[in-house]
Design a protein around this ligand. Sequence first.
Ligand code: NAI
Length: 256
Amino acid sequence: MRTIVVTGSASGIGRATQQILHDHGNRVIGVDRHDADLRADLSTLAGRGELADAVTARTNGQIDGVVANAGVAGETPDVVTVNFFGAVATLERLRPLLERSATPRAVVTASMASLLPSDAELVDLCLAGDEPAAVVRATRLVDAGQGGLLYPSSKVALCRWVRRAAAGPRWAGAGIPLNAIAPGVVETPMVAPMIDTPQKRQALAAMVPMPLHGFMTPETPARLLAWLVGVENSHLCGQVVFVDGGSDVVLRGDST
Ligand code: NAI
């Protein structure tokens, strides 16, 4: 039986992923701030340490997959500390446990929001691993009325981090496929306040065009996440897989 760690397991995409992996016969360790096998706040250094210690204690130091999925929306610095630094810490801290598996896999939930306007300085600070400076920059953006840049910036940084790390010695070199998914709009509690009137729904659909089937349920990205941490995924390396009803195609067109 494979053991897979899923963060953000109490709600939305993480909850659906946990259920699918469980139904497929995996042992799943759900991680969240509440209603989870392991409670940890991934916005803090202490919470990230607790995650690694608790998973190690429960697994004798070996796991087969990580789904780094926990994330938040909004316009507070938490968006950067959870979505980028929390996700990277989850992957890095659990990587030694993956190395002991015969078929290790890792995936992170990014977003199609990586295609929207972002802040280059914030992205660079994230990729430099400078969390205090990134929080200062995020706070400045919020104070300047540009808090809307935080979420796309956190996801741009995450996609670039995956692209830079995946083919290197710590991931591909250690036999661990590392990839990201980039969902379009998924109807979860995170998005609920953005689509609770027909007007808001229309406004979000205009920002995130999804010509194929429109907004999706959490099971759609969850099925992809489950496949990406499964044994069948042997050769996907450093990909950002858009599961977005076509928003990438509409917004970015030719990608080569
Ligand atoms: P959700 O709000 O339903 O679930 C997110 C889960 O993450 C919650 O259970 C929450 O408690 C947990 N979480 C948040 N901060 C945490 C922290 N500091 N420590 C531990 N757990 C924490 O949201 P949803 O939609 O399921 O989002 C999951 C991921 O998918 C996020 O990374 C989000 O950015 C991403 N995403 C969501 C999209 C959407 O349209 N819903 C689209 C693209 C990406």
